[in-house]
Write a protein of this length. Structure first.
Length: 409
């Protein structure tokens, strides 16, 4: 979508167009990484985060497991060359990619893999990292890294390598989406919507929170999705405060059920939608309707406010005023970027600005989740809503048709 204000936020790939879209998206994302390296005069970046590796190379191998176990890593050079240390017997994950890549065997120096030899293994690892850096960027002593454990950090710094913030490089690169990325994200969102619809059809008193939540996983996996980052689904008095993960609690007639998908779907893109429903066939109480009306107002006021060119601080200052009784239990941010997972930026509430805020500017091509949680301090129930949107020249455009409970308003 970068530089392309005229896009269909809900466009879908056809079988004939999918290969072309993937090819364009891969080239776009790698170019974004290279551009950031060149802009910051950084010769190369070492990536361990599976999401960053996926963004730069479109390779995926045991994403969740590798998020905990640093078993595969990639070095991307500003000139486009890639050195990849791929997990045991997994070179096939690079098949079919048009990349200038040299494949190597990784050296793992976690305690799990190396025991008390971890420091020695890290020295072997570090010597190879420096050798590859010097081979493809002779004389360079600067290397960006997105995450690195202590032994590796110590070795590289001891041998004169200046380590730079690779997270800033990658988050900045990932923040602006191409039109092709929007199509891939749309496929993930359509899968999430199927999961939400299935949850809604199965919603009834007498089943557990876990049973409801399983429907989202079912649709995600059967449609080629990948994983779900959290288990944020709660009912009844567990909806206040928020951030409670689903349990074996049995749903009761007339109470609220709230959830946050946090779903990494097809193509590795995240669908982040929150809704709150009523359990059973009755009507919501006046209190439930009032809570919902506040949350709905916050989401839509802030969506109407959001536009390219606005600074993060300006958005925070002008955002919907949370009534005092709900301020303590406010959601952790007003809005956040979204791509393959939650990403830059995270916009702090006005009340939190001095401790948690940072400034920047919304741009065309960003995709953002606008957040709301309304639950009184000491209250027995709350409402969670969240909408995924894209920023265009014309303003904020919703990326999902997942319905709100407008008849409660």
């Amino acid at each position: 979508m970068a530089g392309d204000p005229a896009f269909d936020a809900r466009s879908m790939a056809t079988p004939n167009s999918k290969a072309a879209i993937l090819r364009d998206v891969r080239a776009y994302r790698l170019a974004r990484v290279k551009a950031q390296l060149l802009k910051q005069n950084i010769p190369a970046i070492l990536l361990y985060d599976p999401v960053n590796i996926r963004y730069a190379t479109d390779t995926s191998n045991m994403q969740v497991w590798c998020g905990r176990n640093p078993a595969r890593y990639v070095m991307v050079f500003a000139n486009g060359h890639i050195a990849a240390w791929e997990f045991h017997s997994s070179d096939h994950v690079w098949d079919g990619l048009d990349l200038d890549v040299e494949l190597r065997c990784p050296v793992s120096w976690t305690f799990f893999n190396a025991g008390h030899e971890a420091e020695h293994r890290a020295e072997i690892w570090g010597a190879e990292i420096i050798d590859v850096l010097q081979k493809h960027a002779p004389g360079e002593l600067r290397l960006a890294v997105d995450r690195l454990d202590p032994f590796g950090t110590a070795y590289l710094e001891k041998h004169g390598i200046a380590l730079l913030d690779g997270l800033a490089v990658m988050e900045t690169a990932r923040s602006i989406k191409s039109s092709g990325e929007l199509v891939l994200m749309g496929e993930s969102l359509r899968t999430a919507e199927k999961g939400i619809e299935r949850m809604r059809c199965e919603l009834r008193p007498g089943i557990t929170e876990n049973e409801i939540w399983a429907n989202l996983h079912y649709e995600n996996i059967r449609n080629g999705g990948e994983w779900i980052e959290t288990r944020l689904l709660a009912s009844g008095d567990r909806t206040n405060p928020w951030m409670q993960e689903c349990s074996s609690r049995v749903l009761q007639d007339g109470e609220l059920l709230a959830f946050d998908t946090d779903m990494v779907g097809p193509n590795g893109y995240c669908s982040d939608i929150s809704r709150t429903w009523l359990v059973g066939d009755g009507r919501p109480s006046d209190e439930q309707r009032k809570l919902y009306e506040y949350a709905y107002s916050q989401i839509h006021f802030n969506m109407d406010l959001l536009r390219p060119g606005m600074t993060f601080r300006e958005f925070s200052d002008k955002a919907w005023n949370i009534p005092d009784q709900f301020l303590k239990n406010r959601y952790c941010c007003l809005a956040h970027g979204i791509g393959m997972v939650d990403e830059y930026p995270s916009i702090a509430h006005r009340i939190d600005w001095d401790s948690a805020g940072y400034d920047g500017q919304f741009e065309v091509g960003m995709t953002v989740c606008v957040e709301s949680y309304i639950g009184a301090d000491g209250g027995m129930q709350g409402v969670k809503l969240e909408q995924q949107v894209a920023l265009t020249e014309q303003g904020c455009v919703s990326l999902t048709d997942c319905s709100f409970e407008t008849d409660w308003l």
